[in-house]
Design a protein around this ligand. Structure first.
Ligand code: AKB
Length: 313
């Protein structure tokens, strides 16, 4: 049985991860924290925590006697590009505090990396697990540094650090904010609400994506995996699908035939997307801890539209 502290628990991943972990390990064994107030959304223990406050993070972890920390609080790629100094301080400072808390209290540790850890000189198709990582965004620089730091804490201090490189995550529960892949979430909301969507990512731009239930299973499976089988630990490539805007629009049209797609490309986010892979290779995750995604674009679209209709209409 685990007892887990989550940072960024009101964010896109954190909000659903909290519910999933409470289902598995029990409500009181999952301590949700966020810089924002929960405002009645709490489904169990909740504490306000700014991840740059190392003392408070340590105190909360100690008070609840957790054995695991899942550090989800971070700025996403587009926001980090707009505020690079703030992004460095928050993403790296928060990560260091979480790693230090894990070291001092001997906690198992998870934090997500991203396809953003790759850059324009990385092989674009079927991007290998171990390859060139020279990202050209602040977010990418943070993610590569984070992968290396987590490896360092494992090798130097024996902290049980684990992580994945998430692709764009799609969910009907909590919308993402400030990411480059967010278009693939917005498109479903707009399809239901207005029957049309203007994409800030251009046609022909392929990026990896995954449906949230698969992302949550990946976190749980990796954290439960036999450590003896893990050769990589930090930042396994994981993916479920790769598509470009025309393909997701075509899939939506199968259910909403009048759906219309147009384009107003945002040069900043398009530039970020152009620097990322078209598709990544998840073989190491499959071999080392049995990663497998259930949802492809077709199944995800059916589920997203069904759930959003209930939520929005
Ligand atoms: C983003 O677009 O910034 C994130 C990511 C792929 O890490 N969704």
């Amino acid at each position: 049985m685990k007892r887990i502290l989550i940072t960024g628990a009101l964010g896109q991943i954190g909000s659903e991860l909290t519910v999933k972990l409470r289902d598995i390990y029990g409500t009181d064994n999952v301590i949700a924290t966020d810089i924002r107030p929960a405002e009645g959304q709490e489904t169990g223990p909740f504490e306000r925590l700014d991840v740059s406050d190392n003392y408070k993070m340590y105190e909360i972890a100690k008070k609840y006697e957790v054995d695991t920390i899942m550090h989800m609080a971070a700025l996403l790629s587009a926001t980090a590009e707009a505020r690079p100094v703030f992004a460095w301080n928050l993403n790296m400072g928060g990560l260091m505090n979480a790693l230090e808390t894990a070291r001092e209290l001997n906690l198992q540790f998870f934090t997500p990396s991203s396809i953003g850890a790759f850059g324009p000189t990385t092989p674009k198709d079927n991007t290998p697990q171990d390859t060139i990582q020279r990202p050209t965004t602040m977010y990418g620089v943070n993610k590569v540094a984070g992968e290396l730091l987590a490896d360092y804490y494992y090798h130097k201090f024996g902290v049980d650090t684990r992580g994945v490189r998430f692709p764009g995550l799609i969910s009907y529960v909590t919308p993402p904010g400030g990411g480059t892949t967010d278009y693939a979430v917005e498109i479903y909301y707009e399809a239901i609400k207005n029957g049309k969507y203007t994409s800030y990512i251009d046609k022909g731009t392929y990026m990896d994506m995954m449906y949230m239930p698969d992302a949550l299973n990946a976190i749980v499976d990796l954290m439960e995996a036999d450590p003896a089988k893990l050769k990589h630990r930090n930042a396994f490539n994981v993916t479920a699908m790769s598509f470009e805007p025309e393909e997701i629009a075509a899939e939506i049209k199968k259910h909403i035939p009048t759906f219309e797609m147009s384009y107003a490309v945002d040069p900043i986010r398009q530039g970020i997307a152009n620097s990322w892979p078209n598709s990544i290779d998840a073989t190491s995750a499959q071999e080392e801890w049995g990663f497998k995604a259930k949802y492809d674009l077709k199944d995800m679209t059916v589920d997203m539209l069904e759930k959003l209709k209930l939520k929005l209409v």
